[in-house]
Design a protein around this ligand. Structure first.
Ligand SMILES: Cc1cc2nc3c(=O)[nH]c(=O)nc-3n(C[C@H](O)[C@H](O)[C@H](O)COP(=O)(O)OP(=O)(O)OC[C@H]3O[C@@H](n4cnc5c(N)ncnc54)[C@H](O)[C@@H]3O)c2cc1C
Ligand code: FES
Length: 497
């Protein structure tokens, strides 16, 4: 499943790794590249280490709406924090959006200005949520308005509108950032997965293309890959799906539904229609393919002229209190910084995080970030944290039971299928993809969760903290930094690594 944005492009070339620099930024998505550029512009020697290639994970698979109206986020955040903290969030996102759109103007990155809409599909809960968002956004000073007449062919009873937001092709943006970073002396080293970090006075970042000593490390890896802050225990990973269609007259609006099931709609040059939604916790659903099919059915009902061209999927991380975690990592001695928890609004939050972290490395502070850094969890957030960990504990128990109770059946799984079981006492994940049968360890290399088969993408997904692996065990994303090792299954002739 490849996104509309990544399908036509070859991966960018890699620079050579270096042994020393001022700053190592880990991750070449929007957060890492904007941070690296800001630091390089300030005269620092910056190296970006990227495990795969530029935009390979969430940014290159985003729907890339650059918006200050973010579904029903403000009403949710106001339930969990004071107005001062939420106002800091809005100010950071405003600065992130404005920085990004200025950057697009100055560097000829194509983008389209569109109204953002949070709409209610029915007069029940969706309407209550949309109205609550209107009130919350107004309270926070956003110039929102209410409409009951949207030019769209699907059911709606009303929606909140914020004019003059924007949308873009995120790979166009990343291309421009890489070129600009290199012009400022920065390097982008791809195929370099960070596997650990040593630290005496200064950090030494170990990666699959060597080791780099530096002064500051920024982990812009979606979810942090070094477990120093235990962030994985405060985050939940949510996967969702997107489809692109050729369509003669897509609505020129950026819409998202209030309440479930989520439907996210925008247009793109072509003209094309994009439809997204159907989110679920990573590794915790009966069939990923079922989610894609439901998006297809919805589109066929409301846009019968749409001809599908691309289908893809991606995940993002939500913190227990809904706010991103941005800043110095505990036990990093002030040298390690982290940015995560954008909850599917990282086009503005990723830039805000980059502004905040680079300011702090350069000796300053963004004024809007102070109340966010100082926030104290309210009972609702503590309850959410307990919920995240209860679900993880349940995942551990059910995963272990699945392995213990199910010896692997003889023979290989059917084409496109995967199964988890034990071969003797060894937990094995076995699959068949493109005629090739393969067996790997069923235990996630992060903290040993039992992986689940993803039937839409033919991957092994960990339900605990969202690590994902190819059928042959290579790490794709999430907090795991090592591949699933091969596990030869000797009793069947056609199974092996
Ligand atoms: C389906 C979907 C739709 C979305 N739509 C929108 C939207 O419309 N608007 C919006 O604002 N936001 C949206 N988002 C959210 C937004 O896309 C993300 O928040 C944002 O792209 C995150 O960027 P990032 O740079 O932090 O992470 P990423 O883009 O994931 O970049 C992290 C990089 O780190 C690399 N990495 C990971 N581990 C290592 C390691 N050990 N060593 C080296 N490199 C490593 C990865 O390979 C990756 O390239 C959406 C998210 C999803 C899932
Ligand atoms: S992602 Fe943490 S155990 Fe798998």
């Amino acid at each position: 499943m490849t996104s509309l944005w990544r399908a036509p492009r070859a991966p960018m070339t890699s620079d050579d790794p270096v042994e020393r620099c001022d700053d190592v930024v880990v991750g070449a998505g929007i957060t890492g590249l904007v941070t690296a550029l800001l630091l390089a512009r300030a005269g620092r020697e910056v190296v970006v280490l990227e495990a795969r290639d530029v935009g390979a994970v969430t940014t290159g698979h985003s729907t890339a709406k650059v918006s200050l109206l973010q579904g029903t986020r403000y009403s949710q955040l106001l339930r969990r924090q004071s107005e001062e903290v939420v106002a800091g969030y809005v100010a950071g996102n405003r600065e992130g959006r404005d920085w990004l759109l200025r950057y697009c103007e100055e560097h000829d990155v194509p983008h389209q200005v569109r109204p953002a809409v949070t709409y209610a599909a029915d007069p029940g809960r969706g309407l209550d949520l949309a109205r609550a968002e209107l009130e919350a956004a107004s309270r926070l000073g956003l110039p929102v308005r209410w409409t009951e007449d949207l030019p769209v062919p699907f059911e709606h009873v009303g929606g909140v509108v914020l004019d003059d937001q924007a949308q873009l092709d995120p790979m166009d943006l990343l291309d421009a950032l890489v070129e600009d970073l290199r012009a400022h002396g920065g390097r982008v080293v791809t195929g370099a997965r960070v596997t650990g970090m040593g630290q005496s006075l200064r950090p030494v970042v170990r990666h699959t293309r060597g080791a780099t000593r530096c002064d500051q490390v920024v982990l812009a890896t979606g979810t942090p890959v070094l477990d120093r802050g235990g962030y994985f225990a405060k985050l939940s990973a949510s996967r969702s799906y997107a489809l692109a269609f050729d369509h003669p007259t897509p609505p020129e609006l950026m819409l998202i539904s209030a309440g479930g099931p989520t439907r996210s709609v925008r247009d793109a040059p072509g003209p094309r229609l994009l439809v997204g939604g159907e989110s679920h916790p990573v590794g915790r659903t009966r069939s990923e393919r079922g989610h894609v099919d439901r998006l297809r059915e919805w589109t066929a009902t409301h846009f019968p002229d749409a001809v599908e061209t691309h289908a893809w999927s991606a995940q993002d991380y939500r913190s227990h209190d809904g706010f991103p975690f941005v800043g110095a990592m505990p036990r990093g001695l002030g040298h390690v910084h982290v940015a995560t928890g954008f909850d599917k609004w990282g086009m503005t939050n990723g830039v805000a995080a980059a502004l905040d972290i680079s300011a702090s490395i350069l000796g300053g502070q963004m004024p809007w970030s102070r109340p966010i850094h100082r926030r104290i969890s309210r009972p609702q957030a503590v309850a959410a944290l307990v919920g995240i960990n209860a679900r993880v504990a349940m995942g551990i128990v059910t995963g272990a039971a699945e392995v213990v109770l199910h010896p692997l059946r003889p023979g290989s799984p059917a084409e496109g299928a995967g199964e988890v079981g034990r071969a003797g006492a060894v937990p094995v994940a076995r699959s068949t993809v493109d005629g090739r049968s393969c067996a790997v360890s069923a235990l996630c290399t992060h903290l040993g969760g039992v992986v689940e088969w993803n039937d839409a993408e033919s991957t092994w997904d960990c339900p605990l903290h969202g690590s994902r692996f190819t059928a042959t065990g290579e790490v794709l994303e999430g907090p795991a930094a090592r591949d699933l090792p091969p596990r030869p299954v000797r009793r069947t002739r056609d199974v092996g690594p």
